[in-house]
Ligand binder design. Structure first.
Ligand SMILES: CC(=O)CC(=O)SCCNC(=O)CCNC(=O)[C@H](O)C(C)(C)COP(=O)(O)OP(=O)(O)OC[C@H]1O[C@@H](n2cnc3c(N)ncnc32)[C@H](O)[C@@H]1OP(=O)(O)O
Ligand SMILES: NC(=O)C1=CN([C@@H]2O[C@H](COP(=O)(O)OP(=O)(O)OC[C@H]3O[C@@H](n4cnc5c(N)ncnc54)[C@H](OP(=O)(O)O)[C@@H]3O)[C@@H](O)[C@H]2O)C=CC1
Length: 309
């Protein structure tokens, strides 16, 4: 489905918001870029998926196919939806491949330097009306927008993990994001059957301002010996009805991402309550990043996950 909204006539020379989104570029084929490409392709849009290595994109498309077939088996989508959706996903070997995109969603590593470099390199390859979005969990939209030639057409579009199952997308306007852009991206997100929550552009927005300090507190609970990994996750699943324990969730998100978000909160709000737990730092420094490296608070290399502490 292509999304169109009436956009007010722009004075000549300004970047004109395109009135129709047909093709979307996605930068980063990790767990989030993979999920974002999945739902956008199913939404009827063409998707150009880029990562540093082609193998990552190949792996991503394989994962998308696996989960789409599962969704079809369960009747969430039809068998007939799968092939056309997969056909709409192409490999973007470089940013030139985004020249005909109407929207680019950046979903690379949660590292401001990486994101700034991506946006600085990206814009010269794009047509005037192409809009930009970032899936960042926490970093200032206003600051990232300032690295581009189109801050008025830049927005935070924060999908939740796992993207195909989570209904929410947080929309975060930078100080310059214009009304047309906001309206168009809201319509686009809703065309993916997602629900929007609007956050102001402050560190970690709404979800992660609340969720990540809870996860960090769970790591402190482990660090101080209040409970074991197993006890902490069991307590919160059975005691607070969380679908995943906080440490299991941290492994699912990625401990590097969790640490990055806590650092953004700590630096951005200058409050010691956001100090990342030293044990979280240790796990990241060890390269034990959770599911994506097969080891974090749990070891995933065997039959079932085994606590590592
Ligand atoms: C840093 C940030 O910004 C962090 C954020 O994203 S904030 C949001 C963080 N995320 C959460 O809090 C998620 C918490 N966890 C949950 O809600 C649930 O455990 C869950 C939705 C992830 C899984 O649901 P579940 O009921 O436990 O069952 P589960 O079996 O794991 O998955 C249900 C189905 O979804 C499918 N599924 C799982 N992951 C999938 C994926 N990535 N893509 C597509 N389908 C998927 C599976 O196929 C599964 O079906 P089958 O088992 O029949 O194949
Ligand atoms: N994980 C989560 O639960 C959620 C994460 N987010 C956000 O989404 C973004 C991605 O997170 P996630 O998918 O978990 O991270 P991953 O580490 O799973 O994936 C990031 C991908 O981006 C690639 N990458 C790094 N630099 C570049 C570049 N310059 N150009 C293209 N690709 C690049 C990485 O490659 P390589 O590994 O080779 O460096 C990796 O494949 C982050 O901003 C994160 O905060 C948002 C919601 C939830």
């Amino acid at each position: 489905m292509n999304v169109a909204v009436k956009s007010a006539e722009k004075p000549k020379g300004e970047h004109k918001t395109p009135q129709v989104i047909k093709k979307v570029g996605v930068i980063g084929a990790g767990q989030m870029g993979t999920g974002i490409a999945h739902v956008i392709a199913l939404g009827g849009y063409s998707v150009a998926l880029n990562d540093l290595k082609k193998e990552k994109v190949d792996e991503s498309v394989h994962t998308i196919e696996k989960f789409m077939r599962r969704q079809a088996e369960k009747g969430i989508i039809t068998e007939g939806d799968v092939k056309p959706a997969l056909k709409r996903i192409s490999y973007a070997p470089n940013f030139e491949a985004f020249a005909d995109c109407d929207l680019i969603i950046e979903a690379a590593t949660e590292d401001e330097a990486i994101k700034r470099k991506i946006f600085a390199d990206l814009c010269k390859n794009l047509k005037a009306g192409t809009m930009l979005a970032t899936n960042t969990s926490s970093i200032s939209i206003t600051r990232l927008a300032s690295t581009t030639d189109r801050p008025e057409h830049f927005i935070g579009m924060h999908f939740m993990n796992p993207v195909p199952l989570m209904e929410l997308v947080e929309l975060i306007r930078g100080i310059a994001t214009d009304d047309d852009m906001f309206a168009l991206t809201r319509t686009f997100v809703e065309s993916l059957n997602k629900k929007v929550a609007v956050s102001e552009d402050f560190p970690a927005f709404i979800v992660n301002r609340i969720l990540l300090p809870m996860i960090n507190e769970a790591v402190y609970t482990l660090y101080e010996g209040v409970g074991t990994v197993e006890a902490i996750d069991k307590a919160m699943k059975l005691g607070a009805h969380h679908p995943m324990g906080p440490l299991e969730l941290a492994d699912f998100i990625g401990l590097d991402t969790c640490l990055s978000v806590m650092q953004v909160l700590y630096e951005g709000l200058s409050d010691s309550k956001y100090r990342p737990c030293p044990l979280l730092v240790k796990y990241v420094e060890a390269g034990w990043l959770g599911r994506k490296t097969q080891r974090g608070f749990y070891d995933y290399r065997g039959e079932k996950p085994v606590p590592t502490r």
